[in-house]
Design a protein around this ligand. Structure first.
Ligand SMILES: [Fe+2]
Ligand SMILES: [Fe+2]
Length: 300
């Protein structure tokens, strides 16, 4: 019975999301997938081409600029905090794992080679986060986990809505993750932990900017009411994800001296910056200014 309900709810979710995506956004989806359109519109083509190749270059260079935290240094986190932080980090560690097979297979059907390469490197960067988080958990004496209800829920929702919804779920995770890593970083005083969190925060800011640039290409083709609809469902998703994350990580963040208001305010601000970025002339939100400047200079 439970599996029937689960399957029924999965099918309903998929139906609603597919309907939303296919019916409301069908016209410009077709336009974007037509390669001729790129060639017939030099502005669109140049933005997409530069954008994706620029992001590919960014991800390639970012792999070479990753100082490894000094894991051998003595740990200064108080004993009573280690267990609770390690448990919370282990849940995020599980969330950062994954080969991105579904995402990359779906992306291969509708994007260019540079964008696909950038997406592949983005997935690898998330896997690198999983490695750093695993080192952090081990440093605090915790254990890695293989399953958790939040991970299952996240995975189910990602698959239910198809490729674009999966990207949107990843974006939501970036927003929640940014707020979480910032607060954990602010609440701990341990050099290797802070260095690892600093690295991940630097990456996550660029990941949000990456998703922003990718969505902006589609955003240009949306009518005002379509933008309003997308924005509405995205905000609802973010608010839900922030609530769920607090359920799971609230104890850890409270122990580190933060409140629900701290967490929610920070996550909401990242989401607000993202939505503002969709409607501004710049191609990226804050956190990726170097890459943005290159693109902006070429456009003016
Ligand atoms: Fe990450
Ligand atoms: Fe990320």
């Amino acid at each position: 019975m439970l599996s029937f309900l689960s399957s029924a709810s999965r099918n309903s979710a998929h139906f609603i999301i597919t309907l939303f995506d296919k019916v409301i956004f069908s016209n410009h989806t077709a336009i974007i997938q037509k390669k001729e359109y790129h060639h017939s519109n030099p502005i669109y083509f140049s933005i997409q081409s530069m954008n994706s190749s620029s992001w590919r270059s960014y991800y390639e260079s970012n792999r070479l600029n990753r100082p490894e935290p000094g894991w051998q240094l003595p740990c200064h986190v108080p004993d009573d905090l280690r267990k609770v932080i390690a448990l919370s980090l282990s849940h995020f560690q599980l969330g950062e794992t994954g080969g991105g097979t579904f995402l990359l297979c779906e992306a291969a059907r509708e994007t260019d080679a540079d964008d696909l390469a950038a997406l592949t490197l983005f997935v690898r960067e998330e896997q690198e986060h999983a490695r750093l988080l695993a080192r952090m958990v081990q440093r605090l004496g915790g254990a890695l986990i293989c399953r958790h209800w939040t991970h299952r829920l996240f995975k189910l929702a990602r698959r239910a809505g198809g490729f674009r919804f999966e990207i949107q779920m990843l974006l939501t995770a970036e927003i929640v993750g940014t707020a979480y890593y910032e607060l954990v970083n602010a609440g701990t005083n341990d050099t290797p932990l802070n260095d690892a969190l600093g690295l991940m925060l630097r990456d996550e800011a660029r990941h949000v900017a990456f998703h922003l640039d990718r969505l902006r290409l589609r955003w240009k083709t949306y009518l005002p009411f379509e933008r309003a609809l997308w924005s509405l469902q995205f905000q609802a998703l973010v608010l839900l994800a922030v609530r769920i994350a607090w359920l799971d990580h609230g104890r850890c963040l409270r122990v580190l001296g933060h409140t629900w208001a701290d967490f929610a305010t920070r996550a909401r601000q990242v989401a607000i910056d993202f939505l503002d970025g969709l409607n501004t002339r710049t191609l990226s939100c804050r956190g990726c200014r170097t890459e943005t400047t290159k693109i902006e200079n070429a456009l003016t």
